[in-house]
Design a protein around this ligand. Structure first.
Ligand code: BG6
Length: 471
């Protein structure tokens, strides 16, 4: 399949510098270690008038201990051209550059176009790529990747989807969510279905409620214009959070190795999600961020209660929370089991609930909170103490697992569709957001470096990410 022409549309943007180029650097190092010479060339295009050197200089600050020599090699395999995504004529220049580079390197024309742009350009970009002979419908070696968010509501997402399907078959389309390439996120399915322990308990008879949190200590990181037009509900909630909910709540797929089976199971859940209530927050100072409207009502924090209308989850609330500038960076899922009233030492008492904790960040892994006996107690109350049984990914397998965006490129190059989100999933995800938007949740202000608005505390049962606990 090698070699590939990787075309990054939006190369001068924030995502390219922070995630895409560092991922391509790691990918380059990986292919070099396997003695693959020139496995890919990069053609970047974007609004800004910048040079490859400038872009690489900034990107290098996001690369952990870069090797200068390899970085220079990669930079030499890269060209950049200015492009206005709304101007059809500028695609002529792009096409010319792509064909020229492919001829110079004697590349066969295997192309991956990565749209790291606003979704309002997805349709025109795809149309122009087809018009200039850069992609052909049905050619599996012509792939187009669409960054999230894919649209900004159900209607716009439909429009984009109908448009791109005129030029591409489904197996050439990658609507991506980088959470689906995180090692621990991929592990959720196996944890659930490869361990007989969990499946019998994974329902409303035994589970009291579920928390899903993506808390961030960073803010909007110079993405004011993008963020202000989207907010927490359309940014992280619509994509990563709902995908996590789907993976936790889905029924066992018909097959664990077939992408469509897992997507079928996820879609069945996403279709049954109902929004119960929610509250929003905005951190103090947000309205002074560059690119943000001074009277902005955009939320930087959202806590939403979801219900899943199926027999397994009837009556189990899913509390889904995300926020910027919080006092922690933690992505965690907590399945809180029902408390057991047990007869211990002749006395009936309620034990602390067992909790299964899935940590996507900070010591990625799982922990199971159980009740154990406190040392040196006998026959008295309060003799049990919650303890954690831990699986820490790094401790067992070492720290050198590839980052999400690197895996993403590897999988796209391998033609692996499982890391992409299927259209019906996206459609249901937007329906949930549209429903939440219609409910006009109240918006409160919160101080940076806190847990979000105070009002969020009474909104749901208390929840402490394990990165705060000493255990
Ligand atoms: C992105 C969002 O998709 O995910 C960002 O646009 C967010 O706002 C980021 O910061 C979080 O990803 P991760 O992998 O750092 O948890």
């Amino acid at each position: 399949m090698m070699p590939w022409t990787l075309v990054i549309l939006g190369m001068s943007g924030d995502l390219a510098k922070r995630q895409i180029l560092p991922a391509l650097y790691s990918l380059y190092v990986y292919y070099k270690s396997r003695n693959e010479q020139h496995p890919f060339i990069i053609i970047g295009a974007g609004y800004q008038n910048v040079t490859v050197d400038q872009i690489f200089l900034e990107a290098a600050t996001y690369i952990h201990k870069p090797q200068q020599e390899l970085l220079e090699e990669l930079s030499a395999l890269t060209i950049y051209c200015g492009l206005d995504f709304a101007d059809d004529s500028s695609f002529i220049t792009l096409a010319h550059e792509i064909f020229k580079q492919e001829k110079a390197y004697q590349y066969p024309g295997n192309r991956i176009f990565y749209c790291a742009t606003y979704s309002q350009f997805f349709c025109n970009i795809t149309k122009q790529l087809a018009a200039h002979g850069l992609i052909e419908k049905g050619d599996k070696n012509h792939r187009v990747v669409y960054e999230k968010p894919f649209g900004s509501d159900v209607t716009s997402a439909h429009h984009i989807n109908q448009c791109i399907r005129n030029y591409l078959n489904d197996d050439q389309i990658y609507r991506i969510d980088h959470y689906l390439t995180k090692e621990i996120v991929n592990n959720i399915v196996l944890l659930r279905f490869a361990n007989i322990l969990f499946e019998p308990l994974w329902n409303n008879r035994f589970i009291n409620h579920v928390h899903v949190l993506i808390g961030e200590s960073i803010g909007i990181e110079g993405r004011g214009a993008f963020y202000d037009a989207h907010g927490a509900l359309k940014d992280v909630f619509q994509s990563h959070l709902l995908q996590l909910v789907a993976l936790v709540a889905m029924d066992c797929p018909a097959s664990l190795s077939d992408d469509d089976s897992i997507r079928d199971s996820k879609a069945a859940i996403l279709q049954r999600i109902r929004v119960v209530k929610g509250i929003l927050g905005q951190y103090e100072g947000y309205r002074h961020e560059p690119g943000v409207a001074t009277n902005s009502m955009t939320e930087t924090f959202a806590a939403v209660e979801l219900a899943i209308d199926n027999p397994r989850w009837q009556g189990v609330p899913f509390y889904v929370v995300t926020g910027k500038h919080l006092d922690h960076k933690a992505t965690e899922i907590h399945l809180v089991f029902k408390s057991e009233r047990t007869c211990l030492f002749g006395k009936t008492q309620e034990a602390d609930p067992n909790i299964l904790i899935i940590r996507v960040t900070h010591e990625e892994g799982f922990s199971l909170r159980l009740n154990a006996k406190k040392p040196y107690t006998r026959g008295t109350q309060g003799q049990t103490i919650p303890v954690l049984m831990d699986f820490c990914y790094r401790c067992l397998f070492g720290p050198e697992t590839p980052k999400a965006y690197e895996i993403l490129f590897r999988e796209i190059i391998a033609g692996e569709q499982s890391i992409a989100v299927r259209w019906d999933e996206i459609e249901y995800q937007w329906s949930v957001v549209d429903e939440a938007k219609k409910m006009n949740f109240p918006l409160y202000s919160y101080k940076k470096g806190t847990r979000g608005p105070e009002q969020a505390e009474c909104f749901m049962p208390s929840f402490v990410p394990t990165s705060f606990t000493s255990t």
